[in-house]
Design a binder for this molecule. Structure first.
Ligand code: PMP
Length: 391
C-alpha cells in the first residue's frame, strides 16, 4: 500500500496571482484581449478536423508574414530556441561545415547548437553593436565552404538589425543554405523570405505577434528540403524531425495527417488569432509603424542625454532598443525602480551586452508613441531617484 508523504503544497491553496504589467522588455510583449480570449476557447483534440483547419490557417498566416510560397511552413510547438534547433537539427549532419555570424548572444547560441550536432563550426565575429559587410561574409563563405550560414536579423542582445540584401544570393553562389533568426526583428523591419533567397527563417510568438510564448513559426525553402530529405543519418531529435512535423502539419502533400505529438491546442488558437490581427494591419504598415515609433523613441532618448548603443542609425533594431547604461548609475537599480514604481518591465543586457546596456522592447501592439512617452517618463523618474555615484 502506497502512503503519501509529501503534503499538498500550501502555495497551491492560494489563488493564482498575476500582476498587470507594461511588458516593454525584449519579450514577451503584452497580449491584447482578443488574443487572450482566443487562447481561452475550449480545448479540442489535436487531430480534430477543426484544429487541423486552424493549423492550415496558421500555415497561410506564416506564409504571409514571411512572404513565402514554401509548402514546408509550420509552427514548432515550443519557443524560438526550438525553432532554432529545428533549423539546425534537420539541416546539419555530423561533419558538415557551418558558418555562424557572431555579433551577440544569438550567434553564440547558434554556435553552441551547431557544435552539439558534431558539425565543423567556423565563425565570423564582430563586437557587440556591430555587423558584417557582404564582402566579409563572402570571404568567409569562400574560405570555409559551409553547408549552412546562420545570421540573426535582429540581435536582441545588442539591438542590431542586420542588413539582409544580397546575402542569400552569396550563400547560394557557394552552395550553402541561408538561415535567418527573425525572432526579434520579424514584423518590425522588412524581410521577404523568397525575394531575399532565405532558406530557413523562424520567429517566436511572443514578440511582435503579441501571442503568449510557446509557438514558433518556421519555414523551409525547396533547397533546404532537398538537403534535409537527402541526409544519410536521422536527425538526432525525434520531436523536431521535419519529416514528422511535415506529416503532422500536412506539408508533405499527402491528404492524411499523422500524429507526431500533441500540439499545444490553446497556443495554436492564440497564434492563429495573432496572425489574423497582424494580417489586418499588414506587413508594410507594421514595418512602418515600428520604424517611426523607434525613431521617435531614439530622438527622445537622445534629448534626455542618453546614448544609443548602436551607432549606425540604419542598423538599429526597431523592436528592441539598446541604451548605453547611464554613467554613474547601477543599471539594475534603474530596472527595478521602474518595475516597482511604474509596473513597467525594461531589461538589462544579455550575454556580451550584460552590464553595458538597458534594453527596451516596443513590439506589436506595444509599439506606440504613447508607450514611448511612458518609457521616457519612467526613465527620467528613475534617473532622478536612483543613486548616482560622483565618479
Ligand atoms: N533569437 C532571438 C534573436 C531572440 O531574441 C530570442 C528570444 N529572446 C530567441 C532567439 C529565443 O527565443 P525563445 O526565448 O522564445 O526561446
Amino acid at each position: 500500500m502506497l502512503s503519501i508523504s509529501i503534503p499538498r503544497p500550501k502555495c497551491l491553496q492560494k489563488p493564482l496571482a498575476v500582476p498587470q504589467r507594461h511588458m516593454f522588455g525584449p519579450g514577451p510583449s503584452n497580449v491584447p484581449p482578443r488574443i487572450i480570449e482566443a487562447g481561452a476557447k475550449p480545448v479540442i483534440g489535436h487531430m480534430h478536423p477543426e484544429l487541423l483547419q486552424i493549423m492550415d490557417d496558421i500555415k497561410s498566416g506564416i506564409q504571409y508574414i514571411f512572404q513565402t510560397q514554401n509548402p514546408m511552413t509550420l509552427a514548432v510547438s515550443s519557443t524560438g530556441h526550438s525553432a532554432m534547433e529545428c533549423a539546425f537539427v534537420n539541416s546539419v549532419e555530423p561533419g558538415d561545415g557551418v558558418l555562424v555570424a557572431v555579433n551577440g548572444l544569438w550567434g553564440e547560441r547558434a554556435m553552441d547548437i551547431a557544435e552539439r550536432l558534431g558539425s565543423r563550426v567556423n565563425t565570423i565575429v564582430a563586437p557587440p553593436g556591430a555587423f558584417f559587410s557582404n564582402a566579409e561574409i563572402e570571404q568567409a563563405l569562400s574560405k570555409y565552404r559551409p553547408v549552412m550560414f546562420f545570421l540573426a536579423h535582429g540581435e536582441s542582445s545588442t539591438g542590431v538589425l542586420h542588413p539582409l540584401d544580397g546575402i542569400g544570393q552569396l550563400c547560394h553562389k557557394y552552395n550553402c543554405l541561408f538561415v535567418v533568426d527573425s525572432v526579434a526583428s520579424f514584423g518590425s523591419a522588412p524581410l521577404c523570405m523568397d525575394q531575399q533567397d532565405i532558406d530557413i527563417v523562424y520567429t517566436g510568438s511572443q514578440k511582435v505577434l503579441n501571442a503568449p510564448p510557446g509557438t514558433a513559426p518556421i519555414s523551409f525553402s525547396e533547397r533546404a528540403c532537398q538537403k534535409i530529405f537527402n541526409r544519410k543519418t536521422k536527425p538526432v531529435s525525434f520531436a523536431l524531425d521535419l519529416k514528422w512535423l511535415a506529416s503532422y502539419w500536412g506539408c508533405d502533400g499527402k491528404p492524411s495527417r499523422v500524429y507526431h505529438h500533441t500540439g499545444p491546442v490553446s497556443g495554436f488558437y492564440s497564434l492563429r488569432e495573432s496572425l489574423a490581427v497582424f494580417a489586418e494591419e499588414g506587413l508594410e504598415k507594421s514595418w512602418e509603424r515600428h520604424g517611426k515609433v523607434a525613431e521617435y523613441f531614439h530622438a527622445g532618448l537622445e534629448n534626455m542625454g542618453l546614448k544609443l548603443f548602436v551607432k549606425e542609425k540604419k542598423a538599429r533594431l526597431p523592436a528592441v532598443t539598446t541604451i548605453v547604461a547611464p554613467h554613474g548609475y547601477d543599471w539594475k537599480e534603474i530596472q527595478s525602480y521602474i518595475m516597482k514604481t511604474h509596473d513597467l518591465e525594461i531589461s538589462g543586457g544579455l550575454g556580451p551586452s550584460a552590464g553595458l546596456v538597458l534594453r527596451v522592447g516596443l513590439m506589436g501592439c506595444n509599439s506606440t508613441k504613447e508607450n514611448v512617452d511612458m518609457v521616457l517618463a519612467a526613465l527620467k523618474d528613475a534617473l532622478k531617484h536612483c543613486h548616482k555615484s560622483k565618479v
